[in-house]
Design a protein around this ligand. Structure first.
Ligand SMILES: Nc1ncnc2c1ncn2[C@@H]1O[C@H](COP(=O)(O)OP(=O)(O)OP(=O)(O)O)[C@@H](O)[C@H]1O
Ligand SMILES: O=P(O)(O)OC[C@H]1O[C@H](OP(=O)(O)OP(=O)(O)O)[C@H](O)[C@@H]1O
Length: 207
């Protein structure tokens, strides 16, 4: 039996839809219940429902064979998992943003983000020294109230930036969700995992 870690929240619906398009018979229970472990006996699969940032942890530890995670999370966490497939869902991008016309001030200007590793790697590569301030959400608030000069965050429609008077300054990376696998599980269950990859690959929306 394959265990798949699914991200609750934004990605979930699109991921379930993709699996159904690939002819996996997922019961209505998927959307309707509050269960965190859902066995689908007909498919010989077990699904566990985790926070998006935690999916990689379940897969890295091998309690899930496979998982679905945003590229943003994979960039931030750099865990020992293999990326098998770009599922082309939940598209967005990581960007640097700030108030228009405001320069990065001081010796180490402050950058607020939920992605401290991505942000520090990015600014290091740019040759800019910054102080990273880690936040858990509402990142756009930081420059508005003087906590930071810049933010590094996800942009999708751009609405949150716009409604808060912020502008995108630099694009860091495109983000879509990926199918990831535990390396040992891949060695052990290569054939059955490849079949799943083929079925998904056949129904992935073209970019
Ligand atoms: N507009 C968006 N904002 C944030 N994440 C997005 C957006 N569009 C797509 N995504 C993808 O969805 C994932 C986040 O999903 P979601 O917003 O449900 O969780 P979260 O709010 O980040 O998690 P948590 O519940 O831990 O705060 C990201 O990792 C990213 O890959
Ligand atoms: O470009 P947009 O379409 O406006 O989407 C981007 C916003 O969505 C996410 O926040 P989320 O709604 O997850 O809330 P959070 O701030 O609590 O993380 C992200 O952190 C941005 O704030």
């Amino acid at each position: 039996m394959l265990t798949i870690a699914m991200p609750k929240g934004r990605i979930f619906e699109e991921a379930v839809e993709l699996l159904r398009r690939a002819d996996y018979m997922l019961p209505p229970e998927f959307e309707e219940s509050r269960k965190l472990v859902i066995d689908v006996a007909e498919e010989n699969m077990r699904f566990i429902l985790a926070k998006p940032m935690d999916v990689v942890t379940y897969v890295e530890h091998g309690v899930a064979d496979l998982g679905i995670a945003g590229k943003d999370v994979l960039m931030e966490e750099e865990r020992n998992v293999y990326e098998l497939l770009d599922l082309q869902i939940s598209r967005c991008h990581l960007a640097v943003a700030g108030l228009p016309g405001v320069k990065m001030n001081g010796i180490a200007p402050r950058v607020a983000t939920k992605y401290p590793n991505v942000a520090s790697t990015y600014f290091r590569e740019q040759g800019e020294q910054v102080e990273i301030i880690r936040l858990n959400g509402s990142i756009e608030l930081a420059p508005l109230i003087g906590l930071a000069d810049r933010i590094v965050d996800i942009v999708s429609t751009g609405r949150t930036l716009k409604e808060n008077g912020l502008v995108e300054l630099e694009r860091i990376a495109d983000v879509t969700s990926r199918l990831i696998v535990n390396p040992a599980s891949y060695r052990l269950n290569g054939e059955v995992i490849e079949r799943l990859v083929d079925r998904l690959a056949a129904v992935i929306p073209q970019p």
